[in-house]
Design a binder for this molecule. Structure first.
Ligand code: DC
Length: 653
């Protein structure tokens, strides 16, 4: 479940480094279940610790299996040797498809009374074909909600009493997890059983993982291509003693794509040429897009193409359904369209991934054609940065896929904690291998000269400039024009969120009208200071300010640039001057603009505003420990600019 509403990813300058991958979800959940069913104890190294594996561990513990953490990603599972000690249990499996499908099959032949349920989305994901196949074996399973979907009630039943060879049938084109579940359950019946796959089997590499893990636990499945699988009589799971879980190949896809778009080289450790996971083929798809790929036995490395830019491809994705989502967002950075084909299974995953991907890609300006089982993505010539952020539909892969968009624009990802399903540490690891657009944050009181200094520093460096105070001033002006009181927090926040503003060189337009001077009048200054104390207004303007952080760099001035808006700014400066000098500077500025003014009220007003800006409850103006204090009372503009540039240069080196 989520803890924070969003994460804002700054635009990236490059991506490179090395990532040690978390364990594979698919392997972790299979190994947990097989170790639980096996005779003997199993020490599992590199087990993934995430929501989906936690659901499997909890379920197995409820069934009487002893699972102990030994520290450092190592777990010990004491196998029950076939039958679970607990014969009556209610299991909640969240949205963990791997856990739900395989436990359904195993428990259906276990002779107990079990109830299995999950989150509402899990109850929308079909399971009827698996239940039908298990019923062929004699299993007693009821749907307690809608027929064909979880939740399920499994009752004790006599499983295939006669010893004759039987053949079960299962559809292969809905989810490969049905076949995986059946295969893992059949050794518990003790008699030879065959499974015939009807229709084309999708996601075949996942069946390879299942067969390979069963073999590690002593059960060899005979097979006739992808049509027929036979579990021999007297197959019994035996612990291999120690087993090591490979890194997650689907999780690897995000970092490989980052390397391919962001320059690289970006190396993932934990999967490579020797992997049993189908998603390592994702690297091949990236290579088709032009990325440079190097591989070793347990690592893969991706770098950008020679020419720098990826090219769009057309690809049958039925064998890499999960990693294919990463291709959809990588397509934003390709030349020409990308078409992903045979992705029908996306519609039955954590969310309808085809619909969700379409909606979110469009927010970036892409032209997307959504087919029943295809997606065609034409990247925009200029990537947009969606103001309201990317929605993630409680789908970890949407969140991780869209982090790639930060290679082109600042991105807000809503509900980022959904990544905990398979990769709780994702955004922390992402930060380790990405280099963000640098920021010089200049904070200080009114009329301290921040604006002048910041604009000149930006011009010197060829960077962008953000006058954050102007956004508060614009919000105050827009509220005044709309007849919304400056005390109406919700009203002003709504106006701030929807500000239609264009910044140009020496011009600021509000709804098309030039307001560069209008926002400098003293009544608007006072209004800006008032609305700036309203938390909802600050929140509404937060991402809008962060969207100014574009390559090659940003100089931002305000009150909370270093503390709140850009806490990771490369250089932080607190600019100040005596209040008398500031009053004189403001006076000169107003007179030059042809606005009538006199010193005494300006002085009074500055003192009042200083107090309000520094004592308000949210984001008050404060000198932070990391900031360089720069008192400009006795400095010229040129001297001040020079000082800032030197500090920035020192940090860079
Ligand atoms: O820097 P300025 O005078 O243009 O700012 C106008 C008002 O907005 C000022 O009273 C403080 C407020 N402000 C703020 O609270 N946070 C910022 N980052 C910038 C300005």
């Amino acid at each position: 479940m989520s803890t924070s509403e969003f994460i804002d990813l700054p635009e990236l300058l490059s991506a490179r480094g090395t990532i040690s991958l978390p364990g594979s979800k698919s392997i972790s959940n299979r190994v947990l279940l097989l170790a639980a069913l096996a005779g003997g104890s199993t020490e599992i190294h590199g087990l993934l610790e995430s929501d989906d594996t936690a659901r499997m561990r909890e379920a197995l513990c409820s069934l009487g299996v002893k699972i102990t953490p030994l520290g450092g990603g190592v777990w010990c599972v004491k196998g029950v040797g076939g039958a679970f000690p607990v014969t009556q249990a209610e299991l909640f499996l969240g949205n963990a498809g791997t856990a739900f499908r395989s436990l359904t099959a195993v428990l259906a032949v276990s002779g107990g009374d079990y109830r299995l349920s999950g989150v509402p989305r899990m109850h929308e994901r079909p399971i009827g074909d698996l239940v039908d196949a298990l019923r062929q074996l004699g299993a007693d399973i009821d749907y307690t909600g809608e027929a064909g979907y979880p939740p399920l009630h499994i009752r004790p039943a006599t499983i295939r009493p006669s010893g004759e060879l039987s053949t079960l049938r299962i559809r292969g084109d809905i989810s490969s997890q049905f076949l995986t579940g059946l295969l893992m359950a059949l050794p518990l019946t003790g008699v030879e059983t065959s499974i015939e796959v009807a229709g084309e089997l999708i996601s075949r590499p996942y069946i390879e993982i299942t067969l390979s893990m069963m073999a590690r636990f002593g059960v060899r499945v005979e097979r006739d291509g992808w049509r027929r699988f036979t579990v021999p009589a007297a197959s019994v799971y035996r612990s291999p003693g120690v087993i090591r879980v490979e890194g997650d190949a689907s999780s690897a896809s995000y970092f490989l794509a980052l390397g391919a778009i962001g320059g690289g080289p970006l190396r993932v450790e934990g999967v490579g040429e020797d992997s049993v996971q189908g998603d390592v083929r994702f690297a091949g798809a990236l290579a088709q897009m032009g990325a440079r790929i190097l591989t070793g036995p347990d690592w893969i490395e991706a770098s950008a193409p020679e020419g720098g830019k990826l090219r769009g491809i057309e690809l049958d994705c039925k064998d890499i359904p999960d990693a294919a989502m990463t291709l959809a967002t990588a397509a934003l950075f390709a030349e020409g369209p990308t078409t992903l084909k045979r992705i029908a299974s996306w519609r039955r995953k954590e969310t309808d991934r085809i619909a969700a991907m379409t909606a979110e890609l469009r927010k970036f300006g892409a032209t997307v054609e959504e087919g029943e089982d295809t997606l065609r993505i034409v990247p925009p010539s200029v990537l947009a940065s969606p103001a309201q952020g990317v929605d993630t539909y409680d789908d970890h892969r949407l969140a991780m896929s869209f982090s790639l968009a930060a290679c082109g624009v600042p991105v807000r990802i809503n509900d980022p904690a959904c990544v905990s399903k398979t990769f709780p540490e994702y955004f922390a690891r992402f930060a380790e291998v990405t280099q963000t657009v640098p920021v010089i944050a200049i904070d200080g009181p009114s009329a301290s000269g921040k604006g002048t200094i910041a604009a000149r520093v930006a011009a010197e460096l060829g960077w962008h400039y953000l006058d954050s105070g102007a956004l508060y001033r614009l919000s105050a002006l827009a509220a005044q024009r709309a007849g919304v009181s400056w005390d109406d927090e919700a009203g002003v926040a709504r106006i701030a969120a929807e500000l239609d503003v264009q910044f140009g060189e020496n011009s600021i337009r509000l709804a098309g009208e030039e307001v560069g001077d209008a926002i400098r009048y003293e009544d608007i200054s006072a209004g800006a200071s008032r609305i700036a104390a309203l938390p909802a207004v600050r929140k509404a303007l937060l991402f809008r300010q962060r969207q100014f952080r574009r390559a090659p760099g940003l100089v931002a001035d305000g009150r909370d640039m270093a503390s709140v808006v850009f806490p990771d700014a490369r250089t932080k400066i607190f600019l100040t001057a005596s209040v008398e000098i500031r009053a004189q500077r403001r006076y000169k500025q107003l007179i030059e603009k042809g606005i009538a003014a006199s010193i005494a009220p300006l002085l009074l007003d500055l003192r009042e505003r200083d107090l309000r800006d520094s004592q308000r409850g949210v984001a008050p103006l404060q000198l932070s420990e990391e900031a360089h204090l720069l008192d400009t009372t006795n400095l010229t503009i040129a001297q001040t600019v020079a000082r800032v540039l030197v500090w920035n240069e020192v940090v860079r080196q």
